[in-house]
Structure formats: C-alpha cells, structure tokens
Design a protein around this ligand. Structure first.
Ligand code: FAD
Length: 620
C-alpha cells in the first residue's frame, strides 16, 4: 500500500507536517466518532485559505514530539476534544492528557485553539476541553481563539457551526491568511470501482476475513461474533414500550468480564432503509468499490474498510439515520437541479441566524436523516460515493452488562429499551436496539444470529470486601449493572461468605407495565441477598409522580447510617436529570442527618466520589 509507509515521515507527525507543507495540525479526542468528524471538517475548511492540515489521532503518534510543532513557522494547533464518562478524556486521548499533566513541557511558540465536545446532562461538562485549553496556556502556548464548547444534549452541530464561523476569520486575520475561491467542498477521497472476483469486506470492522477466522483479543477493531442465546421481552403486554433481556453466548471465546463492565454491540442499519437509500441515489448496490484518500500523507487511507459493495457500506459502515450534518447538506445543495431546493439546502447549511434556526427545527428537532432529506428534495441526486464519503461512521453502542460471570462465565447479558417514537407521520427507530430486538435465538446453530460485540472495562466495581454495604440507585435500564452486582453477591453467599447489606432503589412508570425483573428481585429479597428493595412508580398514581430520589429521602435515616458505615453508592441509568437529582438528595441527607452546611455536604459527597465510594454510570 502507498500512503503512510511510503512517505518519508519516519513515523513522526512533525516531519509529516514539514514534508507535506502543512501549517495546521488537528488532534482529536473521540469516543463515538464525532470529535474525529469535526477534526476532518476543520481540515477541509483550511483549504479555503490555501492551507493543508494534518488530522492526527493522538494515540497513533509520539506525543512527546508535541513541542516540536513550534519548529514549523506560522503553525496552528487545533484540538477537538470530547469529554467522556465522569469528566475523563476519551480512550485515544488518554496518553496525550497524561503527557500534558506530567512534567513542565515548554510550549512557547505554539499557537492553538480548542473545541470541546461535551454533554450538559453530565456533571463534568466539557471538562477535558476546558483542561486542554487551560493547560496549554500554562505551559506557554498561545491561545489564538477562545475555547468552543459543544453540548450534545442541546445542539452540538449548531455550537460547532457558530464557533467555526467565528474562528476562521479571526485566525485568518491573525495569521494573515486569505480566503480563496474554493469553498472547501472538494472531495477527500477518489472512487475506484473494483471489477472481477476480488476478496472484499462484508461488514468486518478491521481485518478482512476476521468474521470467518476469529482471533482474540477482541476489541473495538476486532469484535467477537457472539451467538444470541436468549432474547426475551421484559415489559408486560400492557406496556406500550419494549425492553429486551438479551444473552450472548461467549463460551470458549476467551472473552472475560466483570460485573459492572460494558458490552459494545456493532449494529447494522435496517435493510429496508438501506435499499431505499440505494434507490434514492440510483445506485447499483452490488458494485464493489474503494474510496482512496487523495492525501497520501494521511494515515487514514480509506474512510471505512474497502473494498466493499455499496450495500455493505450502507449497511455496516455509515450512519444513515441520525440527523444530517450541515456540511452534508451543503454538499447536497450542489447536486440539486431545482433552484428552490438548492436554495433551501444552502440555507439549512449556513451559519446565519435564520439558517441555524431552520437547521435546529427542521433537521435536529424533527430528526431528518439523509433519507428524509433525499425524499423531500427529489431533484437532488448525488453520486453514492460522495454520500459515503460525507456520512459519519456507524458506531458501536454500549450497554451495561446485566449479568455476572460468577453465575455463568459463558454468558454476557444486556438489558435494552427498544427505541421507537413518532415525529409527525414518521416512525423513528433506534439503530441498535431495533437490530437487536429482531435477533431471536435458534436451535439450529447455522441459523442462529451472530452479533459482533466486545467487552469494555469499566471502573464501576463492587467493593472488595463482601461485607461492605452497597446502595444502588438504578431506574429503568439503570438497573442493568446492579443485576450483575446482585448475582455476584448471591454467588458469594452460596459459597458461604458473609455478605453485607445490599439496598436497591429501582424506578419505573407502572407496576403492571415496566417493572422489569420483578420475580428475580423478589426472590433475592426472600433469599436475603437484597436486604431492602424500594421501587418508585412514576405513573402509578394520578396525584403524584414518585421517583427514586423521593424513596431515598423516605429512607434517609437508614441511608445515612449506612453511609457512616462506609457504604458504597452507585447511581446508574439513562434518565436525563436523574443523576443530578439523586446527588442533590444525598447532599440534602448529609445536611439533615449529618448536620452539615450545604457547602460541607457538597464537599463530603465530592470526597466520597474521589474515594470511589460514590460512583455514577449514566448516559443520555
Ligand atoms: P440510535 O439510533 O442511536 O438513536 C438514539 C438517539 O435518538 C439518541 O441519541 C437521541 O438523540 C435520539 N432520541 C432518543 N429518544 C428520543 C425521543 N424520544 N425524541 C427525540 N429523539 C430521541 N441503553 C440501554 O437500553 N441499556 C443499557 O444498559 C445501556 N447502558 C449504557 C451504558 C453506557 C456506558 C452508554 C454510553 C450507553 C448505554 N445505553 C444503554 C444507551 C445505548 O448505548 C444506546 O444509546 C441506546 O440503546 C440507543 O441506541 P440505538 O442505536 O437504538 O438508537
């Protein structure tokens, strides 16, 4: 292959910048692909000023070289850094983060700007972006534009568009760069049609043929194909929603996990949508092709595994259902032959007040995907390869593992609410949960569905001592990891070990609809594994919505006593503000029963967090 190996870079990104005549380097910290995508879009923007940018995954370079960027005249560093979990850097930015934390690097002569990706429902909003922005300045680098912060709970796309719209003119003025005629919409990849009988990807994530010949270790780039052993409904027939209990068979796979870990699932897009998109694009879906990066210095030769067929690419590799991004709308506008459609697409992709407002309503709020847009703009017929270049990558979804290997090391269970809702007359279906919902076990091993998965270690763990009290707060699917915890302690009890108090606060809408795992929970209470079970029903009575935090308050005395005995507290779930409300309740309890001021109580809970005695695993 050409590209990285043949370029005279000797693995150094600074040399790659020098050899390629690049002044701009863009680092990304990305967990779900958005940070990487924004980095790529900024690199394209640079073309408008006749400049070339190098996009860098910090995990793939010698980060010690960072100070050497100053050797390049008039250079600019842009960072697109996502905050993950409890204010942590993404996996690929961890080394970079540690590098900046440790030692006193001399970063004089480096000029930089940071855009952070975060989510306001989390306590540590954009902490990583804020840290990089501050730390680089402390080490002597010069900030050339103010920190941008995107909120994934609001409208990250809009936040980014606003930042970038102000960013480029400001840095161009500072560096003396002038915009040229090109608008940055030129292609990044060239198309090559592959003829004849060539081995090609059929959905593998990394290595060609990895699904036929599986080789551990299994991870993000090499998932394990697990057979579905159980897939059953947990909600009662009265419920208008669906929640599945799914067990993957991992017998003999050398996949290890502990209660509290996450399972990642690689979904495929709904085949009906894939075929419809193929039709809207007038594509022959069986054609096998490659997309090849026109930038030979780039370490990323293809946007996704190539060669593959158009059908495979639309099924496995690109995201075709999330709200379409503004730069894709801009590219589509070029292909609309109807003038009114073209103007509307241009408006939707422009960072003007009106454009942003329309984008927010028509695309974001009403959730219009590439398919919806092509349906509603029939004169727009872009070539399929350009669409494939522009769409974000389809990402693996994470699920808290709802089992313990102590019960059965050959099984990994997840508990997932099937995402389905209507907007107008359109039915929106979550990609992964609907994909999983249909995958029913089969007696015939050849017919049994196999799902690419891997286990991601988490830091949420039961205390080492089996007697330490445990308080678990998990409404809805937030109960998932606690099922693993309870199984773990039930196993310890069976082994004759002494186990400490285990208290569960579970929440759901209605006793007769969505009280998942009710039988199991009641059995654990009878067996003395669960010492207390408190269930909050938010829609059971007409008068009052009862949530987990209310139940916690009702039991504040016991809660406080257990906290004083060293209890470990766990808060899990997907309820938007649940984690915040629960934490506020713990602060209130510490004030009321611990006699603390609000400030002292807040500090007290923070200290518990630091000692890992208060752990949250929440998602939105
Ligand atoms: P997608 O196709 O990804 O669609 C989801 C998107 O739809 C959301 O991002 C949101 O933007 C949008 N959306 C959702 N509802 C609405 C609505 N009513 N109106 C408008 N827009 C909406 N999920 C579980 O079910 N169980 C778990 O145990 C679990 N554990 C998790 C643990 C971690 C660490 C993380 C990060 C997530 C966890 N999740 C869990 C969430 C899970 O990863 C998926 O996000 C979820 O299953 C939806 O995936 P999907 O592909 O079906 O939906």
């Amino acid at each position: 292959t050409i590209g990285r190996q043949q370029s005279s870079d000797d693995g150094s990104f600074v040399n790659r910048m020098k050899n390629g005549g690049r002044q701009i380097v863009i680092f990304y910290g990305s967990q779900t692909g958005t940070g990487e995508e924004l980095a790529g879009r900024l690199a394209k923007d640079a073309h408008r000023y006749g400049l070339k940018a190098l996009v860098v995954d910090p995990e793939e370079v010698e980060i010690d070289e960072f100070p050497r960027i100053a050797e390049i005249e008039n250079s600019l560093v842009i960072l697109c850094m996502a905050t993950y979990g409890e204010g942590d850097p993404t996996d690929n930015a961890q080394q970079f983060h540690e590098y900046l934390q440790s030692g006193d690097h001399e970063l004089q002569g480096i000029r930089y700007a940071v855009f952070g990706l975060g989510n306001k429902t989390y306590e540590h909003y954009n902490e990583v972006g804020i840290y990089f922005d501050k730390r680089l300045e402390e080490l002597g680098a010069e900030r050339v534009f103010e920190l941008g912060m995107g909120d994934d709970d609001g409208n990250l796309e809009e936040d980014f568009m606003r930042w970038r719209e102000a960013f480029w003119p400001a840095v161009a003025a500072k560096f003396g760069w002038e915009a040229n005629e090109t608008d940055g919409s030129e292609r990044q990849y060239r198309l090559e049609i592959v003829e004849g009988d060539v081995a090609h990807f059929k959905g593998e994530v990394g290595r060609l043929g990895s699904f036929e010949k599986q080789r551990p270790p299994f991870d993000l780039k090499n998932p394990y194909l697990a057979t579905i052993a159980i897939n059953k409904e947990l909600h009662a027939s009265l419920s208008d929603r669906s929640c599945r209990h799914i067990e993957f068979d991992i017998t003999g796979a050398r996949v290890r996990y502990e209660a509290g870990d996450h399972a990642a699932v690689f979904p495929t897009n709904c085949s009906q949508l894939v075929e419809e998109l193929g039709k809207l694009l007038n594509a022959d879906m069986n054609v096998v092709f490659r997309l090849i990066n026109t930038d030979e210095e780039s370490s990323k030769k293809h946007p996704f595994p190539c060669p593959c067929s158009y059908r495979t690419a639309l099924t496995h590799y690109v995201d075709i259902t999330s709200p379409i991004k503004s730069h894709v709308l801009k590219a589509l506008a070029e292909y609309a032959t109807d003038e009114a459609e073209k103007q509307r697409l241009l408006l939707l992709s422009t960072a003007s007040e009106e454009g942003l407002k329309e984008y927010g309503r028509y695309i974001q709020k009403e959730r219009r995907s590439i398919i919806d847009v092509l349906r509603e703009f029939p004169s727009c017929k872009p070539p399929i390869d350009h669409v494939l270049e522009l769409l974000p990558k389809l990402q693996a979804r994470y699920y808290s593992i709802s089992s313990s290997p102590k019960t059965d090391p050959g099984r990994v269970a997840v508990t997932a609410v099937v995402l389905r809702y209507g907007i107008g007359d359109r039915l929106i279906k979550g990609v992964c949960t609907n994909y999983l919902a249909d995958k029913l076990p089969s007696e015939d091993p050849a017919a049994a569905p196999k799902i690419p998965i891997f286990v991601r270690k988490s830091t949420v763990r039961l205390p080492h001592r089996t007697t330490t009290p445990v308080i678990m707060i998990g409404p809805g699917t937030g109960f998932a990891p606690f099922r693993g915890f309870i199984q773990e302690r039930a196993h310890q009890k069976e082994q004759g070990k002494e186990i400490g108090p285990m208290i569960l606060y579970f929440g759901c809408r209605h006793r007769d609809h969505d009280y998942i795992y009710q039988d199991e929970l009641e059995k654990y209470v009878n067996d003395g594994v669960l010492t207390e079970l408190h269930v909050a029903f938010s829609r059971h009575s007409q008068e009052q919505k009862v949530y987990v935090q209310h139940k916690l308050w009702e039991n504040r005395q016991t809660t406080w006593d257990l906290m004083e005995q060293g209890a470990h507290i766990y808060v899990c779930g997907d309820a938007r503000n649940m984690a915040r409300d629960v934490q506020a309740m713990f602060i209130k309890i510490a004030m009321e029963l611990g006699g603390k001021t609000e400030e002292e109580a807040t500090k007290f809970i923070k200290e518990l967090e630091r000692q890992k005695r208060y752990q949250a695993d929440v998602w939105s």
